[in-house]
Design a protein around this ligand. Structure first.
Ligand SMILES: [Zn+2]
Length: 386
């Protein structure tokens, strides 16, 4: 099935879909190891997703590091030992919060999610929520519930584009796709419940579950409409859902595991790269909120302030050079500032006509990064500044 041309797949899906006119029948949960019967609309959806999965796996955006993959897979399997063998994990290098589970068991976790989730319990909740959509077969339910031809065509276009043209379009496209593919509120409620039950059963701290939604909502409010969140457009949050989750969390007795340390050890090697991808998104307000949250969560202040400086530098509005200098200096006064903070500060001083300070910063950079590849260039800067 894998490797069929997209138009053929799309035709299969369209034909299968066109036969459904009666109201949707109640549908049993997917059993571990179960595959839909051939010739059904559900089998068509799976085939479509097989093609999407093939595109995804060859997209060049997959993080293949074994340790990180093992870690996320272990958390998944801790949530459900029976289903974990049916799921194939793809960690996708994209600086946006998104996690998804396709009906055929393709599980995607974007690096923007791993940057935002603060501990293993929160990761478990997000994965559990996605498993809920999978176990309850929400995708096929949604497909069957679409009555209007226009909506069917929209979903058809979106899924065939995903299968045919590669998955990594620009963000606006992805957000539009996500809203077309959005689950109903009932499905979201069900998945919230399943995710919560799975994480609690696996021994994680219930109070962590609502925190990730609160943080995302804060970012979304700051980012505004020009920076849509893919995840939130496909999983529309509501105050009622959050309230339900908070009520369940506070009613839950027992402490449970938060898993700060194992999570941070697993992502430590990547955090700087992910923060760099994040600042390059050019979503100043949203990223600023995220950096504030990471600082509060106890991430190294030197690193966070360095990236705050980067945010100002990249925006480059009036007064941002001054702000960047102030952030870089705060970084250097805190623990964990990368060596490149000195270099960035040197460039800012140079641009703002402070040659003496610039020289000092470049020298500090050479001292802090004795093996840096750009040593010769930095030395030439120092010469020019004399
Ligand atoms: Zn959802």
């Amino acid at each position: 099935m894998i490797g069929m041309r997209a138009p053929a797949l799309a035709a299969v899906l369209l034909l299968a879909g066109a036969c459904v006119t009666a109201p949707p029948e109640p549908i049993a949960d997917l059993k571990p190891g179960e595959r839909p019967a051939l010739g059904t609309d559900e089998a068509g959806l799976w085939m479509q997703m097989d093609a999407v999965e093939e595109n995804l796996s060859t997209s060049g955006r997959i993080v293949t590091d074994a340790a990180l993959n093992d870690y996320v897979r272990t958390v998944t399997c801790r949530l459900s030992a029976e289903y974990c063998k049916d799921l194939r994990l793809y960690i996708v290098q994209t600086p946006h919060f998104n996690a998804s589970m396709a009906p055929n068991g393709t599980m995607q976790v974007w690096t923007g999610t791993l940057l935002r989730v603060q501990n293993e319990a929160q990761l478990a909740y997000v994965l559990g929520h996605e498993m809920g959509h999978y176990i309850r077969r929400h995708s096929v339910q949604r497909w069957r519930s679409i009555r209007s031809k226009t909506d069917r065509m929209a979903v058809f276009t979106v899924t065939s584009r995903m299968a045919g043209l590669g998955f990594m379009g620009d963000l606006a496209d992805l957000a539009a796709m996500a809203s077309v593919l959005a689950f109903s509120r009932d499905h979201e409620r069900e998945s919230d419940d399943i995710g919560f039950d799975l994480m609690v059963k696996a021994g994680y701290a219930a109070r962590e579950a609502p925190k990730i939604w609160v943080a995302l909502e804060e970012e979304r409010t700051a980012a505004g409409a020009e920076n849509p969140s893919l995840f939130l457009s496909s999983h529309p949050p509501t105050e009622e859902r959050l309230a339900t989750l908070q009520a369940r969390a506070s009613a839950h007795a027992g402490q449970g595991k938060v898993g700060n340390k194992p999570f941070r050890v697993a992502v430590r090697r990547y955090r700087t790269d992910w923060l760099r991808d994040e600042t390059r998104k050019r979503d100043f307000a949203g990223t600023k909120v995220l950096l504030g949250n990471l600082l509060q969560a106890g991430y190294p202040a030197g690193e966070i302030y360095f990236f705050e400086g980067e945010l100002y530098r990249l925006r480059g509005d009036d007064g941002d050079m001054k702000e960047a200098i102030s952030s870089y200096r705060k970084a250097l006064g805190s623990k964990g500032a990368p060596a490149e903070t000195h270099r960035a500060l040197g460039v800012m001083y140079w641009k703002s006509d402070q040659p003496k300070q610039a020289r000092k910063s470049f020298r500090a950079y050479l001292a802090a990064a004795p093996k840096a590849e750009d040593r010769a260039m930095i030395k030439s800067y120092i010469q020019q500044l004399k």
